[in-house]
Design a protein around this ligand. Structure first.
Ligand SMILES: O=C(O)C(=O)C[C@]1(C(=O)O)C=C[C@@H](O)C=C1
Length: 283
């Protein structure tokens, strides 16, 4: 099975793919989240794995927006993976690491380490890369730059960088949810882990209807459907126009979720099922 991921090699997404799929997948790196999702939509790969949400920094908006507005792929699985951020430099700068003038990484990685960065690098500037792996690769190729990178230990090994501070993320519990996306339903390799069933819906409220969100939520509540997430994102059609991404902690059945969907549609909302799948928590 060909599985694309946000590359280059040794990103957290790559680690999640290798740990989850193991030998069952041919893992292919893509430079950006949209490139990876495009490849799944065109059939170049069977599935794309992209970051969806981090426990400290929240949703990866690029993934959510591209999924809803540009590439309507199906969520066929979720991988929850622990994230350990380390600070690393080119070996030439190990002795002067605390004096670097730039910190380079993915925006989510930088955000996960704000307290550490604030206390150690009062004057350094932050530069954002497409991924932690891309930042590590760049610094390995530009040893003259006095920059430090935030990435994982595999990236340090892959790109020959030296870790100067381990575990610099601000809070101990740091996990990221990665979505496995495909053009339609596909079989994922069997896991020794027990997954938790989930269904993700996109709901667009009619504009200017008082109590609409309350009514939508009550369609789930009286059916005792547990929601693990609700988040609004702009529709990009005008100020105040939002859609909601709602995660229901249940597999798409034939009665309860379709019943809730019909009720919500009767309120004048547009509803789309983005996927019904299992979430796997990896160690
Ligand atoms: O840059 C990477 O290594 C990624 O896989 C992306 C990403 C993200 O988008 O959140 C994944 C996990 C971490 O939270 C930091 C970065």
């Amino acid at each position: 099975m060909r599985v694309g991921y946000l590359g280059p090699r040794a990103t957290f997404t790559h680690l999640a793919v290798d740990t989850f799929f193991g030998e069952s997948a041919d893992a292919l790196a893509y430079a950006t989240i949209p490139h990876c999702m495009d490849a799944a939509a065109s059939g170049e790969i069977e599935a794309a794995v992209v970051p969806l949400e981090n426990a400290l920094e929240g949703s990866v908006n690029l993934t959510v927006d591209y999924l809803v507005h540009e590439r309507p792929l199906t969520i066929v699985g979720e991988i929850v993976f622990p994230i350990r951020q380390h600070l690393m430099v080119h070996p030439e700068h190990v002795d002067s690491w605390s004096k670097v003038d730039c910190i380079l990484s993915h925006s989510h990685a930088i955000a996960q380490c704000h307290k550490f960065l604030h206390s150690h690098f009062k004057n350094a500037r932050f530069e954002y890369a497409a991924s932690t792996g891309a930042a590590a690769q760049y610094i390995s190729q530009h040893p003259q730059e006095k920059s430090a990178v935030i990435a994982n230990d595999l990236a340090a090994a892959e790109y020959g960088l030296s870790i100067v501070k381990q575990d610099i993320h601000d809070y101990h519990y740091n996990h990221t949810r990665f979505a496995v996306l495909a053009p339609g339903e596909i079989e994922l390799p069997r896991q020794p882990l027990q997954g938790t069933p989930k269904t993700t819906l996109m709901v667009m409220l009619p504009s200017d209807q008082s109590g609409a969100l309350h009514q939508v939520l009550s369609a789930f509540s009286w059916r005792k459907l547990n929601l693990s997430k609700i988040e609004s994102r702009p529709m990009k059609t005008g100020l105040g126009n939002y859609f909601f991404m709602i995660d229901v902690e249940m597999e798409l059945d034939e009665v309860l979720i379709p019943g809730a969907i019909s009720e919500i549609q009767a309120l004048g909302c547009e509803v789309k099922v983005l996927g019904s799948y299992h979430a796997y928590i990896l160690k």
